[in-house]
Design a protein. Structure first.
Length: 423
């Protein structure tokens, strides 16, 4: 799946980058061509529209154009009513072929390009306006059309060079776009790959954890089926085992569902002002029977009162019960668990401390991982599915809090949680 997605994203990114190269190259060429031709066309149109007859001091009549543009070599064709070119104005034989082509374009008013042999010309045509008597004297026929043209072979040559350069650049850009597309796709897929690997690991761990209770349920059910004539009292042991494993699976599924909804942002907590100190005191009172049964001591210390914070009371109770449950599980008989709640500045600090077996230094960064249970020294007996601390951290994150664990083997574990309080 990831490989197919990588290929599709590479193709898509390469296409986008390649299209950008084409658009930029086309825009560059189009802008250069427009600027060059527009300057030439403006000068052609200005000259043909502002031609006038002018008398020199010696009485000679000349054609004059009052232009402030830079000088550019241009030639003028005059056509009479019989479409005959006034030959006295053709200075070079190379313009004969050009004149035959321009004869057919006398009605083309706008600036156009025309190619003769290996040269390119730009021309403009206008109907004769009767403002050049000196030209009229050259023919016994009325003048019909005036054409002015200039050679643009140099401009066309450099535009072609520019086009070739842009085409080569686009070709190189195509290769670079593939490389860039692949790099962008790989970079974009890094979080997706991590999420996919995490999901695959989650499914594998969940399958492994569910296999054990399911095997117990199946085995105990087979034992029950061997003695269909027995009473419930006689088969209380397998029934008890089935109920225990069913409860374990139910808790595991609830935990996985909560974390899955949290990952997809579907599980939204309902925040309202709650008293943290009140929750702590209530939990301490409720777990007294369990502490007595486990032969443990609970030391409660609440400094101050009415620690108000925005939170979900049910989730906070679940959070503190997870921490106390872990402390109870990993503390031997006659041990002590300290539960503290105090205010520090603009936050409330809740601490759960035990003097149990502790956690090794290399395991501390892993305790919040899903399904992580630690080494065998902490994994004796039924210690759950390894989702408790993952759920605890999710609850803390949802309340914009922070959690820190410090521990050492044989030295117990201390969990400190900090929440912002309402001023």
């Amino acid at each position: 799946m990831i490989k197919r997605t990588l290929v599709r994203m590479t193709i898509w990114n390469s296409t986008v980058v390649f299209c950008l190269f084409i658009i930029l190259g086309g825009a560059l060429y189009g802008m250069a061509r427009y600027r060059i031709y527009s300057d030439i066309d403006r000068q052609l149109v200005f000259n043909i529209d502002h031609m006038q007859q002018f008398s020199l001091s010696n009485g000679e009549q000349v054609i004059y154009i009052d232009s402030k543009e830079p000088e550019r070599f241009m030639m003028i064709f005059y056509w009479d009513s019989n479409d005959t070119l006034l030959q006295s104005f053709i200075y070079k034989w190379q313009f004969i072929d050009l004149s035959s082509m321009l004869r057919e374009k006398q009605n083309h008013m706008g600036p156009e390009s025309i190619r003769v042999d290996k040269k390119t010309y730009r021309f403009v045509s206008r109907p004769y306006q009767g403002n050049l008597p000196v030209v009229e004297e050259l023919s016994n026929k009325p003048l019909k059309t005036v054409q002015i043209f200039t050679e643009i072979s140099a401009e066309a040559y450099y535009l072609n060079r520019l086009l070739w350069s842009i085409s080569i650049g686009i070709g190189i850009g195509a290769l670079l776009s593939i490389i860039a597309g692949y790099a962008l796709a790989r970079r974009a897929l890094i979080p997706i790959q991590k999420a996919w690997d995490k999901q695959q690991q989650f499914v594998a761990d969940a399958s492994h954890e569910l296999r054990s209770p399911l095997s117990v349920v199946r085995g105990q059910t087979q034992i029950l089926l061997r003695h269909p004539d027995h009473t419930i009292e006689e088969e209380s042991a397998p029934i008890s085992a089935i109920l225990k494993e069913t409860k374990r699976m139910s808790n595991m599924v609830d935990g996985m569902l909560l974390l899955a909804r949290g990952d997809s942002h579907e599980e939204v907590i309902s925040c309202k002002p709650v008293r943290v100190d009140g929750i702590i005191k209530e939990i301490a009172k409720n777990i007294e029977p369990i502490m007595d049964y486990k032969q443990l001591r609970l030391q409660l210390h609440v400094e101050g009162s009415e620690f108000l914070m925005n939170g979900d009371e049910d989730r906070l109770i679940q959070l503190f019960m997870i921490l106390l449950d872990n402390a109870i599980k990993f503390t031997q008989a006659d041990g002590q668990i300290d539960l503290e709640c105090l205010r520090q500045g603009k936050s409330v600090l809740v601490t759960v401390k035990d003097n149990g077996v502790g956690i090794s230094e290399h395991e501390l960064p892993l305790v919040f991982n899903r399904f992580y249970k630690g080494d065998s020294s902490r994994n004796r007996g039924d210690h759950g599915a390894g989702l408790g601390l993952s759920i605890a951290r999710w609850i803390v994150d949802q309340h914009q809090g922070s959690v820190h664990i410090s521990s050492g083997v044989g030295c117990g574990t201390t969990v400190m949680i900090r929440f912002p309080v309402i001023s």
